[in-house]
Each structure stands twice: as C-alpha cells, then as structure tokens.
Design a binder for this molecule. Structure first.
Ligand code: BGC
Length: 737
C-alpha cells in the first residue's frame, strides 16, 4: 500500500486491528455479510438500483460501474448514508491501462524492465482513480506456457522469476504514489492458482498440477506478490487436482494465510462460488457458500451465494460468527490499509495530463518490440534510400485492434496507428502506399491481393502488418491452431514473389506459430498488441530512431502441435540432441521399429522452439566475454558473484538484456534444464564494454524438494550469462554438503 500513508496515518497494526474490531462489534450479521458481497450493476439506473442495498450495508464492493458520477454518488451513499460509513471497493479490470493503453502485459514483459511495468501501472492507476475506481483486478501472474490459451496475453509469460519481478513492479505501480494515495488502486494478484495450466490451452479447463510443479513454478510469483504488499488475491476458476481453487483449503488456508501470512481480502473469480456446483464439488449454493467461506474466500464476486445463504449457515450452526468476523475483517483491513477509510473517496482526483501518459506507454511500446529476424541487416530502413514504401495488411491502421484485450475503458481516439505514424514521419520524403489487402486478420477473401502485389511491385520495401485482432486472444478466446489466422500466410507467400524486401510486423496477443513462413520475411518485428502509442514505436523502430531491445518472455513454437514448449523443461531420461532427431521425411519406407537412440522429439518438429525464451535481436551486436565466478565451492548460506563483460560490437548504440540462468544438476526432485535467476538491461555505445555482475545466494537456488521443504540442496550447479535461454558463457560451482 502507500508507504507514506502507512507511516503517517496508520499508527500501528494494533490500531488497525482495533478499528476493525470496533467496527465489527457494531455491525449486524447482515452488514457483515454485506462486506463480503461484490455486485455488478450496469445501465442508466445504477444509482437508484444499488442505493437501497448500499444504504442498508448489504453491499461491500461493486464492479463495472462505468460512470464517474454514478460511482461518486454510490460512494457518497456508502460513506454518508449507511450506518457505519464504510466506503465501497470500486473494482474494475484495469489490466494494461485505463484510457491510455500500454502494451499487453505479455508485451510489457518483453521489455524485461520492471521500471517500465511500474510506470504503466502508475499511469493506469492515476487515470482510473480519477473515475473513482480504487481496486483493480491485476496483475495476472499466472504462469502461461500454452499459447493456445487466450489469456497468455494478460500474463507475463512462461517464467516464474520474470513474472514475480514484473508482478511486483505492477503492484507497486498501482499501489504506491507520491501523494496521499488518492491516485492509487488496490491491486489483486490473480488467479490463485494454476489457472495458466488449463488443459489443452482451453480456458476454464481442468488443471492437473502436481505439488512439485505448483510449489516451484506456479506459486512463486504469488509469493512475490504477497511480499510486494498486494492488497487482494483472486481465486482461479479452475479445478486443480480435483478441488476448484475457490474451495481449496490447501491454497487459501495453508499456503496463503498460514505460510505467507496474508491478511487482506481474497475475492472469488466471477460467479466462481456458485460454479463449485457446476464443477460437481457440491450440490447447491448453500454448500458452495460453506466450502468457499470455510476455505477462506472473503468476497463473493457476483454469485450472491454468500448474501443468500450465509445467514442460514450461521443460524443452523454450520458456520460460526467468528468465521464471519474473520472474512469481514479481511475486507475491512483491505479497505483500511488501502487508505479508503482515511480519505474523501467521494471526490476523486483529477485525470492526469494525457501527454505524460502517452509518453510513458510509448516508451513501454518501444521496449516491448522484439526483433526476431533481420537478414542482411535490412532493418533499420533508411528514408534516404527509399522512394516508395508499401504498407500492407489488415492491422496497419486499426486504432482499436492495436490496443489488445481487456480495454473496456480504452480510448481508441488516443491511438496512433503504424500507418499514420509512418506517414507523418516520412511526410514528403517517402511516398507511402497503403493497401489493406484483407478486411480482418481472419478474412479468407483474397480479393485485395492484387492491389497489394501491385503496391509491393512499385515499392522499394514492403512493411506487412499481420497478426491477430484483439478479439482473438484474452479470456475465453483460445485457439487450437495458433498459426496466422485466415489467409495471411498466403499473402506473405504471394508478396515474397515480388522479390521486394519484405518486413513483417506482427500484432498479436500470443506467440504465433510461424515455422512455415518465417523464411519469407527479410525482417520480422513482434509487436504484440502495443497499445495507444504502438504506431510511433513501430515507425521509429523501422527507421532506426529506436533500436529494438525486447526479448521474448515466452518460447515461440515452430508449429501448434509443439505446445506447450518452454525453456525451463525437465531433462527427461532421454533428452533430444541435434544428432538424435530424425525427420519424418528421412524415414525409409518400410523402416523397422527400433528402440535405439529414441529421444524426446517430434518427427515433424524436432524439439526446439522456433525462437527461444529470452531471444531478441538488436540493430547492433553484443559480444559476451570474460565470465568469472568468485567461488567454485560455497557453503550453504553463502553466495557467488558471477560476472561477465558485454561489449557493443556493432556500430550503433543499443540496449542488451543480459540474462543469468542456472541449472541444478541433481536434486531430490528432477530440476529444470535452466532457470532464469537474474537479468539486467545494459545500454552500450558502439565499442563500449561493461562488466555485468550478478550475486547468487544459496537461497536463490532453493526449491521445494522431495521432503516438501524449501531449501537449496548441495551439489553442482551450472551457471550461464547469456543473451537468451540458449547458449551463453558457462561456469560451474557447487554448494558443499
Ligand atoms: C476474469 C477475471 C476478472 C473478472 C472480473 C473474470 O471473468 O476471469 O480475471 O477480473 O472476470 O471482470
């Protein structure tokens, strides 16, 4: 929460607890249950509709009320006309911006820059709080290793360490401000836990996450969120190993409350308490209420089950008043620590200046772009050498589509598209011919291809804006085939025949499988959905005013059938190597089956991704040298310092994201082949060399082992300082037993 506020107005934790107790002592059962009740209400009569219940203390929080005056009116009623004057939590999915939209979280993750993520969250908090919103359902810190899953867009990708770092930054951006906290949002770490493991990448699907994987992969970002002071947690929709998260004692009691000491509110996901019946965990909402309340879900998002059934559970003795007080107390604590009880929530601050917000999201967009391919250094383009530029594709000039998923309040009028940015940048110097070619990313009508070919034929270079519209990723928008939708791949093949330099810019909410067309591009920039200022960021990068520095926060498969594919996989007993891979076309007809040399690969795709986690090119080159490690053997509790020199060996200044990976060679449980443990952004002028240094404490090497304890284990560790999750400078050290 706001640290300044915590010091000044909250005298002590005891003071907070005393306030909670005093409130609870004066509250009726109905009012206590009211604090657990989160309702949504839309339409023109929202104030009239909700006023009686708010006045009577039957509602503790609302979501999705869009009108600022309505929010203020409802908050006024809560504070001035209800018995206890307890302000409402006003929730909204402020995921990657409010009016001004930053790149998708997955795009922000490609910056590997916590400061950028924090700044974007700060902008979003300032804009949203000006509308009376005080609670956002973000960050989503689910580990996402399956790009079929539409919500990968909303994640920070596949890696627990990166997700933990960036989730922390986003929480700080939402919750911490310089002033009295009026322009902050209470953050919500979601979806606790394991949602990203939805089977087949199909949203809401069952998850089967073994304890080892849960503890070591899915939970660490949530623990980091807890350590960052996140105000609330949201349960996952999914069934995890037979128990939907919304009724999981293990997750909510054992891990979150007992182990991590979380004292804020836990909210269910949308209608998830009622859905316990749909899952088949219980027969009716009474039982669902009992299970969720018992496990420790404090706030019921919209199912109204708590409101309808909790009084009866208490009346018949199945639930105690003490339990109800705990749940309501958690909500009150969240409101107090979030500052709602100590400021005038009925008159929110002014909306911040638009230009400052646009500058921040532009910087984020620039840093989110990943240069995946650049044959013969075709990029950056030089305006002095180009007379005509063909700009082609359904996503070159789409103010809404570049914003991505979860932009309920996004103002498309603030968007600057790539086409308009290129036109204003090249004004007069280079003729820009724009051909849409396809109505949408999904269109199958090739009617526009001829115009596209003509424009390409007349141009000196072609920039092709392809990908997915916003609606193809996000919640419930999963795809089984993650190639470019529609006939976009055909368009690429046709344009290739012109022989003109072909530069692809992909706008998408997930990694797309482009193994079959990648070679057709001379250069390829992955732009995700880059947000309001995606256009200028892309134009500047195409023409070298900006040097790309983004790295992939998620592995890119060659083809859909390879997923899930991620760098931190286990070794297996039969790891594939380039020598052991057999291609389907190389198997002679009638070949006999053999068990020799068989390893973990696909006959048609091998075992490597098209682009690995951490990969991204620049317009300059970086040379890594002089790896050193100060100890080769350390005791438990000790640390090593790993250093390497990075030189800008090209002729432009640029920023490299230097990555530190380890491998725990042997463990009481099998360990991933690599784990990211650090990263640093280093800006280097041409010829400049900098020493990059990482300290690794044995605590950084700890994991939940076979005995269920979190500890580092003695033995040998590989360490790499590298430009991606593949290769790099390598050393070995040991923890002595
Ligand atoms: C999503 C949550 C979201 C909530 C409220 C649910 O469908 O899973 O992530 O915060 O709706 O809009």
């Amino acid at each position: 929460m706001n640290s300044a506020r915590e010091e000044s107005t909250i005298v002590s934790r005891q003071d907070v607890e005393d306030r909670i107790r005093a409130l609870l002592d004066g509250m009726s059962l109905e009012e206590k249950v009211g604090q657990l009740n989160l309702v949504q209400c839309t339409g023109p009569h929202v104030v009239e509709d909700l006023a009686p219940d708010i006045r009577a203390g039957r509602i503790g929080s609302i979501l999705n009320v869009e009108d600022r005056d309505a929010i203020n009116a409802l908050q006024y009623i809560a504070v001035n006309e209800s018995r206890h004057g307890i302000p409402l939590l006003i929730g909204r999915d402020v995921i990657h911006g409010y009016h001004t939209i930053a790149p998708l979280p997955l795009g922000q993750a490609a910056s590997f820059n916590p400061a950028v993520v924090r700044d974007c969250a700060r902008v979003a908090a300032q804009e949203a709080s000006a509308f009376g919103i005080n609670w956002t359902f973000a960050p989503m810190i689910d580990i996402a290793r399956d790009p079929r899953w539409g919500r990968i867009a909303e994640s920070f990708g596949e890696d627990p360490f990166l997700t933990g770092q960036l989730g922390t930054a986003m929480i700080h951006g939402f919750q911490i401000s310089e002033d009295n906290g009026a322009d902050t949002l209470i953050a919500c770490a979601k979806h606790f836990a394991g949602y990203g493991a939805s089977e087949a990448g199909r949203d809401y699907n069952t998850t089967n996450v073994p304890l080892n994987e849960l503890r070591n992969v899915y939970l660490p970002p949530f623990q980091a969120a807890r350590a960052a002071g996140v105000g609330t947690f949201m349960t996952s929709f999914s069934d995890i190993d037979g128990i939907p998260a919304t009724a999981s004692d293990f997750l909510l009691k054992t891990v979150l409350r007992e182990e991590w000491g979380f004292e804020g509110a836990v909210v269910s996901d949308w209608d998830a308490i009622h859905q316990l019946c749909v899952h088949g965990l219980c027969e009716n909402d009474v039982e669902a209420t009992h299970l969720s309340a018992d496990a420790g879900v404090d706030i019921d998002m919209v199912s109204a089950a708590y409101q309808q059934h909790m009084p009866e559970l208490i009346a018949n003795g199945r639930m105690s008043i003490a339990r109800l007080d705990e749940l309501a107390g958690n909500v009150l604590r969240t409101k107090i620590l979030g500052g709602l009880m100590d400021r005038d929530v009925t008159s929110p601050p002014d909306e911040p200046p638009r230009m400052a917000a646009l500058t921040k999201v532009r910087e984020a967009a620039e840093q989110s772009l990943v240069l995946l391919r650049n044959e013969q250094n075709i990029l950056p383009l030089n305006a002095a050498h180009i007379e005509r530029l063909a700009v082609i594709g359904p996503l070159a000039d789409e103010p809404v589509e570049q914003l991505g998923t979860w932009i309920f309040d996004g103002d498309a009028a603030r968007s600057v598209t790539p086409l308009s940015a290129l036109k204003s940048m090249l004004d007069g110097d280079v003729a820009v011919d724009y051909v849409r070619a396809l109505e949408t990313s999904r269109s199958r009508d090739r009617g526009g291809f001829d115009d596209a070919l003509n424009a390409a034929g007349a141009a000196d270079a072609v920039v092709l804006f392809l990908g997915e519209e916003s609606i193809l990723s996000g919640e419930a928008h999963c795809r089984a085939d993650i190639t470019l939708p529609g006939v976009q791949a055909d368009l690429v093949r046709r344009l290739r025949t012109t022989g003109k330099p072909l530069i692809g810019v992909i706008l998408a909410g997930r990694p797309l499988a482009m193994g079959d067309i990648i070679e057709h591009f001379d250069a390829l920039i992955y732009a995700w959905h880059p947000g309001s200022m995606g256009g200028p960021a892309i134009a500047d990068t195409l023409f070298g005013r900006c040097v790309p520095s983004g790295k992939l926060p998620v592995s890119f498969p060659t083809m859909s059938g390879q997923v899930p594919i991620y760098y931190g996989h286990k070794q297996t007993g039969r790891p594939a190597t380039p020598e052991t891979v057999i291609h389907i076309d190389d198997i002679p007809a009638g070949a006999e089956q053999t068990s020799l040399g068989m390893t973990a690969f696909h006959l048609d795709a091998g075992y490597q991704p098209l682009f690995p986690f951490g990969f991204g090119l620049s317009y300059t080159t970086f040379h890594y040298s002089d790896l050193s490690i100060n100890h080769h053997d350390i005791p438990m509790g000790g640390s090593v310092v790993v250093e390497a020199s990075v030189t800008n060996s090209g002729d432009r200044s640029g920023t490299e994201i230097v990555q530190l990976y380890i491998r725990d060679r042997f463990g009481s449980l099998t360990r991933p082949v690599r784990e990211l443990k650090g990263f640093k952004r280093v800006h280097l002028e041409p010829g400049e060399t900098r020493k990059v240094s990482f300290r690794l404490h044995t605590d950084d090497l700890a994991f939940y082992g076979r005995n269920g304890q979190f500890a580092a284990e003695p033995g040998a560790f590989d360490v790499w300082v590298s430009a991606s999750s593949v290769g790099g400078l390598h050393a070995v050290f040991s923890i002595s037993g």
